[in-house]
Design a protein around this ligand. Structure first.
Ligand code: ADP
Length: 183
C-alpha cells in the first residue's frame, strides 16, 4: 500500500507514521527528515536548504520530488510518506511517487502551534514561533489545495488528530482497513 500522511506541524504525523509503517510492513519516508539530513551535509546543488528549513519555508517542489523519489526507489513493496505532498504542484507532478490514498491528520491551528512549542526538540524551525506561523500559513495556502484534489479523487480520509494518540491510531487503522477493502 502506498499512503501519504498529511497534516499541520504537530498534527502527529511522525508518531502515527512510525506505527502505520510498522503495521503495514513498509518503510516510513519522512520528507522533513530527509531534508534535514540533507541540510546537514549539503552539496552545492542544495542551495540554502538549512535556512529554508529554519525559516519554516517550503523547499522547492522539483527538489523535494527528487529527494522523495530517491527514497521511494528502495521501497518497491509500498510506503508511508510523512509530509509529502505539501503542495498541489507536488501532488500533480508526474514524477512524484504514486499514492493509493492520503490520510489527513486534522488539528486546528491553535493545537498545532501549542504542540510545536511544547516539543521544540532541538529543531531550529520548532523553536521559532514565526517559523511555525509560516508553516501553518503554507499549510492553508499550499497544502489544503492538494488535499482538495485527493478529496475530489475519492482518495482522502480525514482523521481527527486532536484525540488521544490511541484513538487517533484506531481511526487511522479503520481508515486504512476501509481503503484496503475498497481496492
Ligand atoms: P512539520 O510537519 O512539523 O512542519 P516536517 O519534518 O514534516 O515537519 O517538515 C519540516 C520542514 O521541511 C518544513 O517546514 C519544510 O521546510 C520542509 N518540508 C518537509 N516536507 C516538505 C515538502 N513536501 N515540500 C517542501 N518542503 C518540505
Amino acid at each position: 500500500m502506498r499512503l501519504a500522511l498529511v497534516g499541520k506541524p504537530g498534527a502527529g504525523k511522525g508518531t502515527q507514521g512510525v506505527r502505520l509503517a510498522q503495521h503495514l510492513g513498509v518503510p516510513l519516508i519522512s520528507t522533513g527528515e530527509l531534508l534535514r539530513r540533507r541540510a546537514e551535509s549539503p552539496t552545492a546543488a542544495d542551495g540554502d536548504l538549512a535556512d529554508v528549513l529554519a525559516r519554516g519555508e517550503l523547499a522547492p517542489d522539483d527538489f523535494v520530488v527528487s529527494v522523495v523519489n530517491g527514497a521511494v526507489a528502495s521501497a518497491p513493496g509500498g510506503y508511508v510518506l510523512d509530509g509529502f505532498p505539501r503542495t498541489l504542484a507536488q501532488a500533480l507532478d508526474p514524477k512524484a511517487p504514486a499514492l493509493d490514498a492520503v490520510i489527513h491528520l486534522a488539528v486546528p491551528d491553535e493545537v498545532a502551534q501549542r504542540r510545536v512549542a511544547e516539543r521544540a526538540a532541538g529543531r531550529a524551525d520548532d523553536a521559532r514561533r514565526d517559523a511555525t506561523a509560516r508553516r501553518l500559513r503554507s499549510f492553508h495556502s499550499d497544502t489544503e489545495p492538494a488535499l482538495e484534489l485527493y478529496r475530489q479523487r475519492g482518495m482522502l480520509s480525514t482523521v481527527d488528530g486532536t484525540q488521544a494518540p490511541e484513538l487517533v491510531w484506531d481511526a487511522i487503522l479503520k481508515a486504512v482497513t476501509t481503503l484496503d477493502t475498497e481496492r
